[in-house]
Design a protein around this ligand. Structure first.
Ligand SMILES: [Zn+2]
Length: 154
């Protein structure tokens, strides 16, 4: 299946929605190959796995590397994620060598792709993916707001 960035974000939003079923914060990620084919997709599974590193981006990047055919390198690929990556995921994104990161909502409290830090475009690192922010951001933000509102029992 080949998707453009907007459609891939739509799929990531579906994955984010599903994460709520097992009590995880609604965040979803899709990795597109150089030709736009879907290599991998994942939702946040931190609660599901009891794993502090099981963020959607890390799970999707790992799965994509298993199928991409260039060892661990995801050169030419695009990571599409519903929320701005945290420091761990921004770091994993740089290490994976993806060409591009596309994200939805900004995360002013923990974002590491421009909000609190800018790990993905730090000139001290030898790989800097292109960043596109704000793709279908309102849909992602709405999903997150509703989730946290429900968690607070409001
Ligand atoms: Zn993360």
């Amino acid at each position: 299946m080949r998707l453009d960035v907007d459609a891939a974000m739509g799929r990531a939003l579906e994955l984010a929605t599903a994460a709520q079923e097992w009590g995880d914060t609604p965040i979803g990620a899709v990795v597109l190959g150089p030709d736009g084919a879907v290599l991998a997709e994942a939702a946040n599974e931190r609660e599901k796995r009891g794993d502090p590193t099981a963020h959607a981006e890390v799970l999707a990047l790992r799965a994509a590397a298993q199928v991409h055919g260039d060892g661990w390198r995801l050169t030419g690929c695009t990571l599409v994620v519903t929320l701005e990556p945290c420091t761990m995921c921004a770091g994993a994104t740089v290490l994976s060598r993806v060409d591009r990161v596309v994200y939805g909502a900004d995360d002013p409290k923990a974002g590491a792709a421009g909000s609190l830090w800018d790990v993905v475009r730090d000139r001290r690192l030898n790989h800097r993916p292109e960043v596109t922010a704000g793709v279908r951001a309102e849909e992602s933000a709405t999903l997150l707001r509703a989730f946290f509102r429900a968690q607070r029992g409001l």
